[in-house]
Design a protein around this ligand. Structure first.
Ligand SMILES: [Mg+2]
Length: 268
């Protein structure tokens, strides 16, 4: 794992630590009782050197198709990526997708998008960040509908400079905020979170009355862990680092193996 913990602490981000984080091998669930919410990068697909270099495999597609049946359609991918970007990777998957940290939602085939209070201001932010990346090309930009991400996975020494720049850009604003992520910094609208997206999705007929499971790997998943814990659901953190999640597993592969085992067991 990369050395991301010290960075979160550095920027003042310290998620509450769950007293006991158990391994998922202790977890035995009946999918018919649960709703499955899963982050995408670092949870379903391995994190790649660039955001466009991830691999969603045929096995991943098969796993999601099985999950849609086992969880009675109560399956949602909750990503920081744009909704269209996730939809492109997952192809035939017909379940719920939340994109842009909850700014976009595809549910029952309908797409809902959040309305920004000041879209013009976002264009200025994007333009400034684009200039920054021209002046120092050690950062890679990922433009999103509702924000922009500065990636420095290939040049970790850029962390400090990128953070200073982004902080100056957002100083005094109450509409956008800086979201630390793995070897990246994201500028995103305030008051938008994965937790809020999950709360809304839970009202949909396929999800209503079920207990939520949330699986994620990053600082952006902590609001979702906290929400799911409040609902007496199951929160699973992929990888190491401080977290509010109650369970932990080492990698996307170990999570998918556990999930597959839970579904196979029920069919026998
Ligand atoms: Mg992730």
């Amino acid at each position: 794992m990369e050395n991301s913990t010290s960075f979160y602490q550095f920027v003042g981000f310290q998620p509450p630590q769950a007293p006991d984080t158990g391994g998922i091998e202790e977890l035995d669930i009946d999918p018919a009782q649960y709703a499955l919410f899963s982050d995408f990068d670092g949870t379903i697909v391995e994190i790649a050197s660039r955001p466009d270099a991830i691999e969603y495999t045929g096995d991943d597609a098969t796993l999601f198709a099985k999950a849609m049946k086992a969880f009675g359609g109560a399956v949602a991918i909750v990503s920081g990526r744009n909704l269209d970007d996730v939809a492109h990777y997952v192809g035939d998957y017909k379940g719920v997708i939340s994109g842009g940290h909850g700014t976009e939602l595809r549910i029952e085939g309908e797409v809902e998008r959040h309305k920004l209070p000041d879209p013009e201001h976002l264009e200025h932010i994007k333009a400034a960040v684009a200039e920054f990346a021209v002046i120092d090309p050690r950062v890679i930009l990922e433009e999103k509908t509702y924000g922009i991400v500065l990636h420095f996975r290939q040049n970790p020494e850029m962390e400090f400079k990128a953070r200073k720049f982004a902080e100056c850009l957002l100083e005094g604003r109450d509409d956008f905020e800086l979201q630390p992520a793995k070897m990246a910094l994201e500028i995103k609208p305030k008051n938008i979170s994965k937790a809020a997206a999950i709360e809304k999705i839970m009202l949909a007929p396929a999800f209503f009355g079920r207990t939520p499971i949330y699986v994620g790997d990053d600082a952006t998943d902590e609001t979702a862990f906290a929400y799911v814990n409040e609902q007496d659901g199951i929160s699973i953190k992929i990888g190491d680092g401080p977290t509010a999640a109650r369970y932990r597993t080492e990698s996307p592969a170990s999570f998918k193996k556990w999930l597959s085992g839970q579904m196979t067991k029920r069919r026998d």
